[in-house]
Design a protein around this ligand. Structure first.
Ligand code: AVI
Length: 344
């Protein structure tokens, strides 16, 4: 599948980031095969499609197939973040554990199958493990297996959409809470949204708390463009699958053959933008709505911010954190960092 058309790489569209991410949930949105979206989902999709610069929230990338396609992306040669972050944990695990300290309450944001956190248990030795994920059932099943492997760790799974703002319940120990947010998913929020999310985390911490987080770093645009335009076309399928999902949720008539994946690094904004570009003039219909798209018009589907250390430090400072230490790979492509809560 073709990904980069000439018109795509010329980056003609102005930013739509604020509107794209006006609902900053990037949690999975696993609607069963034929399920229609709720009225709220329909209203949100409709508003995005009708906006002057059309957009659909990136959360709709993650139906069941979309989640699998994302797992496949993580295996791609071009998609360096997952394996680079893993290499940082493998090379610097002991230094990370020495900095974070043992015996914390480890709160895992968007835990999924809990595998990343579990691989750190032998080093971090948390006294409590609190995985958060929107998919409560999936989480409960993952934790059941994990509890048998690590019986000494108290495990409290919570079915929560942490991106919508949350308060941890009383039974999560207040002593030494450490949020764990790997995978550079913070990059899928606009900077103001990222600050709001980090502030909410800070509000759930005492002065002895912290944040262990993975961020993707700014680098050569050729590396970034390749990571979101892989040769196998998996990222293109991931992006296009959003239209299948929206067809189900909103009763839309997207014909995937009329749309093309388009992704590029916007250097000035410091982010990868993902769009779907109409390949012909077409009429899109969905439940309660209709819109004409001209050939070349786009729907903005995702942003993925890349940070410099100083840029991320500023973000942390606005949210009440201070970076204690960064660990990176030899090429400086990705960073894991520990930030402590700043006393207010
Ligand atoms: C989940 N998130 C960190 C991925 C990223 O790189 O922004 C989502 C993704 N989109 C396209 N490829 C991967």
């Amino acid at each position: 599948m073709m990904q980069m058309t000439e018109s795509c790489s010329t980056r003609p569209m102005a930013s739509t980031v604020d509107s794209v991410c006006s609902t900053p949930q990037l949690a999975r949105c696993n609607e069963p095969g034929t399920a229609q979206g709720s009225p709220a989902v329909l209203a949100e999709i409709s508003a995005g499609l009708l906006a002057r610069r059309s957009h659909i929230s990136p959360k709709y990338l993650y139906d069941t197939l979309g989640s699998r396609l994302f797992e496949a992306i993580c295996e791609l040669d071009e998609y360096y973040p997952t394996r680079t972050e893993a290499s940082i944990f493998a090379s610097h695990g002991e230094a990370i554990a020495a900095c974070v300290g043992q015996g914390a309450s480890l709160i895992d944001l968007g835990a999924g199958n809990c595998a990343k956190a579990a691989s750190l248990f032998p080093l971090l030795r948390p006294q409590q493990y609190v995985p958060l994920d929107i998919s409560a059932e999936f989480l409960a099943a993952a934790v059941a297996g994990l509890q048998q492997r690590f019986p000494a760790i108290a495990m409290t799974p919570l079915g929560v959409d942490f991106s919508a703002g949350f308060q941890l319940p009383e039974h999560v120990s207040k002593r030494r809470r450490v949020f764990f947010y790997p995978g550079s998913s913070i990059g899928n929020f606009s900077p103001p949204q990222a600050v709001a999310l980090l502030r909410n985390l800070r509000d759930n911490l005492d002065a002895d708390g912290g944040l262990l987080i993975g961020i993707d770093l700014v680098k050569q645009s050729s590396v970034l463009d390749a990571a979101y335009n892989d040769e196998l076309g998996v990222t293109a399928a991931f992006n296009l699958n959003l239209l299948r999902h929206v067809n189900r949720l909103a009763g839309a008539n997207f014909d995937l053959r009329q749309w093309q994946h388009c992704a590029y690094f916007d250097e000035a904004a410091g982010r990868i933008e993902m769009h779907l570009q109409a390949q012909c003039d077409l009429t899109l219909r969905w439940q309660g709505g209709v819109r004409q798209f001209s050939r070349g018009e786009r729907i903005h589907t995702e942003d993925s911010y890349k940070y410099t250390r100083s840029g991320f430090n500023q973000l942390l400072a606005s949210a009440g954190f201070e970076a204690v230490q960064y660990w990176t790979d030899p090429a400086n492509w990705f960073a894991v960092l520990y930030a402590r809560a700043v006393t207010r």
